[in-house]
Design a protein around this ligand. Structure first.
Ligand code: FO1
Length: 327
């Protein structure tokens, strides 16, 4: 069976680890990874969501953080800080730097991001085919209202900051007025992306951020259309449990796009034209009726990825729902 999953960072990667546990030998998993979180730092290109999938499935992830390497050190970061070279709020570890150096070196030699990602995965052997959503540069920015009313150039007190600055430096502590995936409108799907979607037997939306992760992937022209018209059933898992995101601050970016932070609202945001099934947590069992009434078959099951067995059960339930809704 050919399974395609659109994945962001931490939640997506953890779910994929459970999916790998339940698929049969010979099943192929293709992950279309979000690159809107990418950031250029110290002359290097950092791809947080691709690296989180690669490290998590390849066994190098810092488990508690869900990003960066295990057993990491920060000597290079400390030296950069000693030179007064920032930003200091983004924790790049010494081992992680090697990934960004290799990636930037290969990009500089003319390799597209998809080829670079394949080369990095050759070392990590994640057990899935990891494709960036696009080889073109896409970087999510967040429009925020700043306190200063000095009439700054960007108009009275609003400015756009890089997603990582919003997410990591500000901890999403200010409201996001808009989420702008800069470059998405002219980006092309990476080689193999549309083909994988068309050839898939099942397409999954893991519990990743529906706006800045899966939403950004769907914003690349051609990808949403391909998923909507795919013959494969599309099944998603809610990233919201009991009205709150499991981790991260998905509610802040959902508000920016006018979507309530509920399991039902996210399903309706994707829409019945895109998804064929939706899994919500038992805490949101009351959402099943509303979601089903909108034409999206829905089940309530435990959705907390508290351990590998729970995550595997979620993946199994998603595959089962896909078979039940297969046209
Ligand atoms: O909350 C943090 N997240 C950090 N992240 C996580 C990152 O912001 C998120 O994984 C995604 O961008 C959102 O899913 C990193 C990811 C990397 O690949 C490399 C470095 C970092 C550093 C941080 C950090 O200092 N703090």
């Amino acid at each position: 069976m050919r399974i395609v999953a659109l994945a962001g960072g931490i939640g997506g990667a953890r779910f994929l680890r459970g999916l790998k546990d339940v698929v049969a030998p010979g099943d192929e998993i293709t992950v279309i990874g979000n690159t809107g979180d990418d950031i250029h730092l110290f002359g290097l290109k950092v791809c947080p969501d691709l690296d989180t999938v690669m490290y998590t499935l390849g066994g190098g992830i810092h488990e508690e953080q869900g990003w960066g390497r295990a057993e990491e050190s920060f000597a290079v970061k400390d030296e950069l800080t000693a030179y007064g070279v920032g930003p200091s709020w983004f924790g790049l570890g010494d081992k992680d730097f090697a990934t960004h150096i290799v990636r930037t070196q290969m990009l500089g030699a003319g390799y597209p991001l998809s080829a670079v990602t394949e080369a990095l995965c050759d070392r990590w052997q994640p057990g899935v085919r990891l494709l960036p959503m696009s080889d073109d540069r896409v970087e999510t920015h967040v429009k925020i209202t700043t306190g200063d009313t000095s009439g700054s150039a960007a108009g009275s007190g609003t400015r756009a900051i890089h997603f990582q600055e919003y997410w990591v430096k500000l901890h999403a502590s200010v409201d996001a007025e808009a989420i702008i995936p800069v470059g998405a409108d002219t980006a092309k799907p990476a080689p193999g992306v549309l083909e994988a979607i068309a050839a898939a037997d099942v397409i999954l939306f893991p519990p990743s951020n529906p706006v800045v992760s899966i939403g950004t992937i769907l914003a690349v022209p051609g990808i949403r259309e391909a998923v909507a018209k795919a013959s494969a059933p599309v099944v998603g898992l809610s990233p919201i449990i009991g009205g709150a995101p499991v981790r991260g601050m998905a509610d802040k970016v959902l508000a920016a796009v006018g979507v309530e932070a509920t399991a039902a609202a996210v399903a309706l945001h994707y829409g019945a034209d895109l998804i064929d099934g939706w899994l919500v947590d038992e805490a949101d069992a009351e959402a099943v009726t509303e979601v089903a009434a909108s034409g999206i078959p829905c089940r309530a099951i435990p959705l907390l990825m508290s351990d590998p067995a729970a995550t595997a059960a979620m993946a199994r339930a998603a595959l089962e729902l896909a078979e039940q809704v297969r046209a």
